[in-house]
Write a protein that binds this ligand. Structure first.
Ligand SMILES: [Zn+2]
Ligand SMILES: [Zn+2]
Length: 374
């Protein structure tokens, strides 16, 4: 099974490197474009290689490889191959050609594209799935947009469903289709981003991609038992400043409250920087509230993190105060509620005041089970 047709009206094929062993057989298929999701060159094919457009993505079939960053350019390449743009100087004949295509009905695309890797199982299938998710979102649950009002958990679930459906779609034509788990997760992120293809670097500049890349780097550092290098630590409050004009991956939340140093009352975090965990609001639980309030990495922590320590204390940034208000651990730690938070930046509940801005009441917590606690 050298070539497998991807079900649908596009003349889109997926397969392995085996199909390229015999150039004469391959050329019979008259592909107009070939996407190699593997390091591959047609240099030995001479003039014949000019019969199709070629793009090669040099990547291994490993969970931790970053295929995501290539998806915008890969999908754009596939689309250009299937539906070649009409050149301006051919506009007259091009129009005629278009009409012919329309008259030909929905049977096929004007161009034909072969997407391959080594086996035609993981890398190439991932790129085809990315294309289908972008081109035919309605087949897989409808277009996902970053501004969707769904919760993070709901978005992840619908992304997982969409990707699963798209892989099944390809599997109808190629039963061995099976992107590796790392690529599956990346395809979910692709869907969550809304499959951005405005330009080749569309994924790279997307906040969801940047966040994922950062988390990947944190994990690599963690696996090596090291703290991240100071110059690439992301301080979430600083990003909130610089990314005001960028599309927001999360629905902006009304500030509900503040966490202040108990000793000097300096604001340490607003509620939008609180990392939700099961014990955050002690919702509906009769147990005592968690001793930790987890927050994002914020710029006032910079002095504590610059030294490259794996864990340590967090002190109040007010120079006149400097009280210990919590602690951090890049490798994470387990809260009293048994949830593992990683990385962990914790404010000690006993050392901060929780202020509800809306009610203008200081230091009073909502009772358990009520919304609006920090
Ligand atoms: Zn203080
Ligand atoms: Zn907890």
């Amino acid at each position: 099974m050298a070539f497998s047709k991807v079900p649908g009206k596009e003349d889109l094929y997926v397969g392995g490197i085996f199909a390229l062993r015999k150039p004469e057989t391959f050329l019979e298929k008259n592909f107009t474009s070939v996407l190699s999701v593997i390091k591959y060159s047609f240099a030995g094919w001479g003039e014949e290689a000019n019969r199709f457009q070629h793009m090669s993505i040099d990547i291994d079939d490993m969970d931790d490889q970053d295929l995501l960053v290539h998806l915008s350019s890969a999908v754009r390449f596939i689309e250009r191959g299937l539906y070649p743009p009409v050149a301006p100087d051919e506009s007259t004949s091009g129009q005629k050609q278009r009409v012919d295509i329309i008259n030909a009905g929905p049977q096929s695309s004007p161009g034909s594209v072969y997407v391959h890797c080594a086996m035609g199982k993981s890398r190439s299938v991932s790129c085809v799935v990315a294309y289908l998710l972008w081109k035919h979102p309605h087949r897989f649950g409808g277009k996902q947009t970053a501004s969707s009002t769904a919760s993070t958990a709901q978005r992840r679930k619908s992304a997982a469903d969409a990707v699963e459906k798209a892989v099944k779609w390809v599997r109808e034509g190629r039963p061995i289709a099976e992107p590796n788990p790392g690529f599956m997760r990346q395809l979910e992120l692709w869907w969550e981003m809304g499959c951005p293809v405005d330009h080749d670097g569309a994924v790279e500049s997307h906040p969801i991609y940047q966040k994922w890349l950062y988390e990947t780097k944190l994990k690599e550092a963690r696996d090596l038992g090291m703290a991240p290098e100071a110059d690439w630590i992301r301080f979430v409050d600083e990003e909130a400043e610089t990314e005001k004009n960028e599309p927001k991956p999360e629905v902006p939340e009304e500030p509900k409250g503040e966490l202040r140093c108990k000793k000097c009352r300096r604001i340490l975090a607003t509620s939008k920087f609180v990392v939700e965990h099961q014990g955050t609001g002690n919702k509906g639980s009769s147990n005592a509230p968690c001793p930790h309030i987890f927050i994002e990495t914020l710029s006032w922590m910079r002095p504590a993190l610059e030294d490259g320590a794996l864990d340590g204390r967090l002190n109040c940034p007010n120079a006149k105060c400097g009280a210990t208000v919590g602690r951090f651990a890049w490798q994470g730690f387990k809260c009293a509620c048994r949830e593992w938070i990683c990385p962990a930046f914790s404010l000690n509940r006993g050392r901060v005041d929780e202020v509800d801005i809306r009610r203008g009441v200081l230091g009073i917590r909502n009772p358990p089970g009520r919304n609006g606690s920090l």
